[in-house]
Design a protein around this ligand. Structure first.
Ligand code: ADP
Ligand code: MG
Length: 350
């Protein structure tokens, strides 16, 4: 992909660091009223008159978090931003700025970095985020991207992981497991391609899965939907490592237990059919797949009528006393302890 014959190859050393930063950032426009000064000085200046400010960072390392043999750089840039925005939205807050730092080896061309920044810019435009700074340095081999997102929220509205109460209902947005199955498809195609490069993959049946893996969307909309419904989440987290891991985080931080109902876990039909094809259990995939970037939150029981018919949300369980533990109630009505790596019925009893 980096060797695309139709593209020009400008070596990074031709530009120098300042030339490179200027080239990559010149098309970004600043639009947030809280941005006083963006790229161009020693530090960005932001101004949040009344609200609390949220800061969150993620680091993505080539070979660990992404594989450039099937992830286009544009998508990587987009996803790097989404991963961070998702963390801001998971506080029930609004995101407004990002900084982007990259370490890049000379195997990358200017055109390759332009692709990366095109993805970052699309994310900024779609989500109304200002790029206000970053850092640029060289690396020996791979690409490293670190994005920091900044957000804001009225003091009383932030939703933390530690504030779920016994009796609260557990709610998740969207559906789960698709990004993981998208990765399975992409890895299978990569393996096929290695054996037979002329083989054109037919990915039509998997479009949703691949999109969820390559171009996830952070749930910016949820805060507004909940506000409209007059529902205040009692706790919240985003689903980045898989449902079971996030349920455990909520429970451990809030000192409560939980029952999750297998038959309530939202699955897209493409997840169900691809799991059959790969001989995987779709519940296991939803529980431990990860990279869904949906929001998992709790609400008090009295808010149930406001949420129950809303297509954005699935009520998948309820919080219990801590001493009751954290369980999955299966379709067969058996109770299985939820563990961080997901639910593995086979390794338990068979
Ligand atoms: P300093 O030497 O003070 O760290 P830099 O030369 O690294 O300054 O950065 C100059 C400006 O460009 C700063 O505003 C910085 O935030 C911004 N910047 C540097 N690298 C990036 C990048 N990869 N993406 C966006 N902005 C960047
Ligand atoms: Mg610097």
């Amino acid at each position: 992909m980096l060797e695309d014959k139709n593209q020009e190859h400008t070596s990074l050393s031709e530009l120098g660091e300042f030339g490179l930063i200027n080239h990559l950032t010149k098309y970004f426009k600043v639009g947030q009223k809280t941005t006083v000064k963006g790229v161009g000085d020693d530090a960005a200046i932001l101004e949040f008159p009344k609200e609390q400010v949220l800061v969150t960072t993620d680091l993505l390392v080539e070979g660990v978090h992404f594989d450039l043999s099937y992830v286009p750089l544009k998508h990587l840039g987009y996803k790097a931003v989404m991963v961070n925005l998702s963390d801001v939205y998971a506080m029930n807050a609004q995101a407004s700025q990002i900084t982007v730092s990259i370490a890049v080896s000379n195997r990358f061309t200017l055109e390759a970095l332009e692709e990366l920044y095109a993805g970052i810019q699309t994310a900024c435009t779609n989500y109304k985020i200002d790029l206000v700074g970053g850092d640029t340095t060289s690396s020996q081999t791979g690409l490293v991207i670190s994005v920091t997102a900044i957000g804001h929220c009225e003091k009383g509205k932030i939703a933390q992981r530690s504030t779920a109460k016994e009796g609260d209902l557990l709610v998740v947005t969207g559906d789960l497991g698709a990004a993981y199955m998208g990765l399975q498809i992409l890895e299978r195609e990569k393996a096929v391609f290695k054996v037979n490069p002329s083989n054109q993959p037919d990915l039509e049946n998997y479009t949703y899965l691949i999109e969820r893996q390559l171009k996830p969307e952070a749930r910016k909309d949820v805060r507004a939907i909940l506000e409209e419904l007059e529902v205040k989440p009692t706790s919240m987290i985003d689903v980045s490592d898989g449902l079971s891991s996030e349920v455990l985080h909520l429970c451990k931080n809030s000192n409560v237990g939980c029952n999750v109902y297998e038959d309530k876990i939202p699955l897209d039909p493409q997840v169900i059919s691809s799991c059959e094809e790969f001989e995987l259990d779709s519940t296991t995939i939803a529980l431990s797949g990860g990279e869904d970037y949906e929001l998992l939150f709790t609400i008090s029981q009295e808010d149930f009528p406001k949420i129950k018919a809303n297509p954005n949300f699935s009520i998948i369980g309820h919080m219990t006393q801590e001493s009751e533990g954290i369980h999955l109630i299966t379709r067969a009505n058996t109770k299985i302890e939820l563990i961080a790596r997901g639910w593995n019925a086979l390794s338990k009893k068979g």
